[in-house]
Design a protein around this ligand. Structure first.
Ligand SMILES: Nc1ncnc2c1ncn2[C@@H]1O[C@H](COP(=O)(O)OP(=O)(O)OP(=O)(O)O)[C@@H](O)[C@H]1O
Ligand SMILES: [Mg+2]
Length: 523
């Protein structure tokens, strides 16, 4: 098969720290090549050196038989090498169409052809199964739709080499279905595709080959048919994987609730976002809310944190630690004072200050713990941040590193870490481990469990990652189209059954349950 991309001996360091060591990597025409590795392994940097975002220290790039070295992404795109970046680069106040054709808006005699631009944008979006109106302002879109716009923009360059850096992280199941279709179509057209992901099951769904990178070194390249999941994890981490994930198989009812919601309802103008939500989280309990992206989980989390925009009307009752809360007056700052923490799904918009250090970001919500009066106690701050860095397995473990220089997954760890440091009483986690690698994910669950056990922390885990829900939650609620539809215990259900519930396939879920009961009887 033709090698469309061939990279040889690529090395790269930043300020004396080497992150890529003589990397060799090739991609063939008409293949989906998964690029895998732990957070900070060097996946994004490698592909950005190809795109001309970063300048490599050494190494050669050959594309379709020709030696190239792109100085910037525009040059790469002109040569039909295109990338969907892990961190969005959209301009929030411009429209979808403007973002897709930024820097090359179709014009005639010096006039931009707006109608044509929108029509072209609509075509590109349609080819990926999306019906986002091209005239929408990007800032008004939810994260999943922004991801689709990112993909559409990269696609509009008509690539022969298409790099996707965690394209599915923010997508729901339906949207991932569309993404797969798109990837398959491109593959059939002979495009060489690089697919970076931490959702390892995707590798088996769509990839032909995969390359594993560990600490900047290539570990190996494999045909997917040679591998299974545990082999893959071993190659990524360099460690033997533990056979079974430990999970308690009894449910202990908590003695008291940290939060109760009764008949909660939110509308945005005429549109119902969620309604009839009854929910309680005990002290020392992790309640998982499983649901598709768009089911209303994020809005529910924001309601409890007082962070829903004013355009929403909220009804219903919230009781926090035995006291009724006036939801109309609740704001993020009063929620924080009460001891509510919120790990948001959109880390770029709300989670972190990228221009600041890990230390700064970590002490932000934990200010009261490192100040006396108005004075920040440097030693206390450093101790605190060291603890957090260890807890979330941050790499590199440097408090003074600017967050923007961390890998995507490590940025997410900072978001989680800062809220753990705040010692909240209720922690709301919205898609907390998106983009975090398997090993670090386990460590993060363990730290959370520890605070749950030892400090009586209550956790509301909002996630579309059903494996995450199954592993981390003590009790599961299913949310679908703005309603809580089921309550389950993780040891009495299976991931497949949960998926059916999440998708609203009641009959299939029942069949699944029956099959399982039969299976366990046999044993
Ligand atoms: N602009 C930069 N300046 C300095 N160091 C950087 C920069 N960009 C990345 N790094 C470092 O390079 C290493 C590799 O990062 P990279 O973003 O490629 O990781 P990754 O494999 O994509 O991880 P993730 O799965 O978390 O996205 C990390 O140690 C990171 O901190
Ligand atoms: Mg990355």
């Amino acid at each position: 098969m033709d090698e469309v991309v061939k990279m040889t001996n690529i090395s790269k360091s930043f300020g004396g720290v080497q992150v890529l060591y003589d990397v060799n990597f090739d991609v063939r025409a008409g293949e989906v090549h998964a690029l895998l590795g732990e957070n900070g392994a060097g996946k994004s940097v490698l592909m950005k050196t190809l795109m001309g975002v970063h300048r490599p220290d050494s190494g050669d790039y050959v594309i379709s038989g020709k030696k190239v070295r792109f100085n910037n992404p525009t040059e790469a795109q002109r040569n039909r090498v295109s990338m969907v970046y892990q961190e969005f680069g959209l301009v929030k106040y411009l429209t979808v169409a403007e973002n897709i054709f930024m820097g090359r808006l179709p014009s005639r005699r010096g006039m931009i052809r707006w109608g044509y631009t929108r029509q072209r944008a609509a075509e590109v979006l349609k080819s990926l199964g999306s019906d986002i109106p091209p005239a929408t302002v990007v800032g008004d879109l939810k994260v999943a739709d922004q991801q689709e716009v990112e993909i559409a923009r990269a696609l509009s360059y008509d690539p022969v080499v298409f790099v996707m850096d965690e394209p599915s992280a923010a997508l729901s199941y339906d949207e991932i279905g569309h993404l797969y279709e798109l990837v398959n179509t491109l593959r059939d057209q002979g495009v060489a595709i690089v697919y970076i992901t931490h959702k390892l099951n995707e590798v088996f769904d769509i990839a032909n080959r995969c390359t594993v990178i560990r600490d900047g070194h290539i570990e190996g390249t494999y045909d997917i048919s040679e591998l299974d999941l545990s082999m893959l994890v071993e190659k990524m981490t360099g460690k033997q994987v533990s056979a079974q994930i430990v999970r308690e198989d009894t449910y202990k009812k908590p003695k008291a609730n940290i939060i109760e919601l009764h008949g909660l309802e939110a509308r945005e103008r005429d549109k119902e976002i969620y309604s009839g939500v009854n929910l309680r989280v005990g002290k020392g309990e992790i309640v998982g809310v499983a649901g598709q992206i768009g089911a209303g989980k994020t809005e529910l989390g924001k309601t409890i944190f007082g962070a829903l925009p004013k355009t929403f009307t909220i009804k219903g009752e919230m009781i926090f630690d035995g006291e009724g809360i006036d939801l109309k007056k609740l704001s993020p700052s009063s929620a924080k004072k009460m001891g509510i923490g919120f790990v948001t799904e959109d880390r770029q918009a709300e989670g972190i200050v990228a221009e600041q250090s890990v230390l700064f970001n970590t002490i932000l919500p934990a200010f009261h713990r490192v100040t006396r009066g108005f004075v920040i106690i440097g030693r206390m701050a450093r101790d605190l941040v060291r603890g957090v860095i260890k807890d979330v397995a941050l790499r590199p473990p440097e408090p003074n590193r600017l967050v923007k220089f961390l890998s995507g997954g490590n940025q997410q760890k900072v978001v989680i870490g800062k809220w753990l440091a705040a010692e909240s009483r209720l922690l709301i986690l919205d898609e907390p481990t998106r983009g975090v690698d398997v090993g670090a994910r386990e460590e993060i669950y363990e730290v959370i469990r520890q605070q749950v056990r030892e400090k009586g922390l209550g956790v509301l885990l909002l996630s579309s990652d059903l494996r995450e829900i199954m592993i981390a939650a003590n009790r599961i609620l299913v949310m679908r189209l703005g309603k809580i539809t089921h309550e389950l215990l993780p040891h009495q259900t299976s991931e497949r059954q949960l998926l059916h519930f999440v998708l609203g396939e009641e009959a299939e879920a029942e069949a699944e349950a029956k099959a399982e009961a039969k299976e366990s009887k046999k044993k």
